[in-house]
Design a protein around this ligand. Structure first.
Ligand SMILES: NC(=O)c1ccc[n+]([C@@H]2O[C@H](COP(=O)([O-])OP(=O)(O)OC[C@H]3O[C@@H](n4cnc5c(N)ncnc54)[C@H](OP(=O)(O)O)[C@@H]3O)[C@@H](O)[C@H]2O)c1
Length: 293
């Protein structure tokens, strides 16, 4: 791959004016579980030096610890606040003693209005750039969630809101409701998108890009590492598949049909003079101008 192929591009996040690097750095399994603050800081510095301006997080990652690690790294890095974008996401909640009502698996107004304060505290920030509803909540009316997310933006605690793994129909309903009531509209969605998982981004959402200007920040570009080829002979001891609590991924990571497809892709990568991982990411960058990962 030439230098030109890997130079960083910036794209507007959907119809918003926010310029986001097409490659971002996420902390999901890694921060706290696999690396400490010092290593996290090094990773963020390397990404930032390569042009990455978006760092993705969620309150549920490592049960809040991932936000703490990223917050400590940001503090140490002393970047100007205008030069980076951070996100968090709400839905699953955090472990706590006592009743779980209104603190787990919810997007109700009560939870959302308090969850943002917890994330701000853990990250040591005055505001979060992007906040996501991490999953749909069938037990809260979408209207209640839209009002609560819009109020979060109006309060200045967050700048843009969006969804993650919502259906096209629910995203459209949320957007229409916000439009009708002059509220802050959802700007972006965060779906899974890689060579083995394409339907939602390429088909289900296809109308939303033009009709409501939906932006995407997609996840798992390497299918959790499967597309690097590392799972063809089982689960390597230092890999994500071997991390405590990640066993739910193992069946997919070691799927023989998928790993056979990865071997076929390796020949394509070799012809192009790149690695499997580079091919998987470069293919996405070219095939979908709306997205980055
Ligand atoms: N909204 C959501 O619901 C949601 C869900 C999942 C993720 N996300 C976000 O998306 C981000 C990216 O997702 P992801 O971490 O699943 O991305 P991914 O790129 O699919 O997987 C990354 C993992 O693959 C392995 N890997 C990467 N490059 C490799 C290489 N060259 N050779 C061998 N192994 C390699 C590493 O795992 P090991 O070395 O540890 O094996 C690495 O941590 C997350 O951090 C999170 O911010 C969001």
């Amino acid at each position: 791959m030439t230098q030109k192929d890997i130079s960083m591009q910036y794209r507007r996040l959907g119809h918003s004016g926010l310029q986001v690097s097409e490659l971002s750095l996420g902390s999901w399994v890694t921060y706290h579980n696999q690396v400490d603050t010092s290593a996290a800081r090094e990773m963020m510095a390397a990404a930032f030096d390569a042009g990455v301006n978006f760092f993705d997080n969620a309150e549920a990652y490592a049960q809040g610890q991932s936000e703490i690690v990223m917050g400590e790294a940001i503090k140490a890095l002393k970047w100007p606040r205008l030069n980076y974008i951070v996100s968090t996401k709400f839905f699953w909640g955090l472990p706590a003693e006592g009743p779980t009502a209104n603190r787990k698996d919810t997007l109700n107004r009560k939870y959302l209005s308090q969850a943002i304060d917890g994330s701000l505290k853990r990250m040591g920030l005055d505001f979060i750039d992007l906040v996501y509803c991490h999953r749909p909540d069938p037990n809260t009316p979408i209207e209640e969630t839209v009002w609560a997310m819009s109020d979060m933006i109006s309060s200045g605690k967050a700048l843009y809101w969006g969804t993650s793994e919502w259906s096209a129909q629910d995203i459209r309903s949320a957007w229409d409701m916000a439009q009708r009531h002059h509220l802050h509209k959802p700007v972006m969605e965060q779906p899974q998108y890689h060579l083995f998982h394409r339907q939602r981004v390429e088909q289900e959402y296809s109308k939303l890009y033009d009709e409501i200007g939906l932006g995407l920040t997609t996840w798992s570009p390497l299918a959790s590492g499967l597309l690097s080829g590392k799972y063809r002979n089982g689960v390597p001891p230092e890999s994500r598949g071997a991390v405590k609590g990640m066993s739910f991924l193992v069946e997919g990571l070691t799927d023989s049909a998928k790993n056979a497809a990865v071997t076929k892709l390796e020949a394509v990568a070799s012809d192009l003079g790149c690695t499997l991982s580079q091919l998987a990411i470069a293919g996405r960058r070219r095939s979908d101008p709306q997205t980055y990962s």
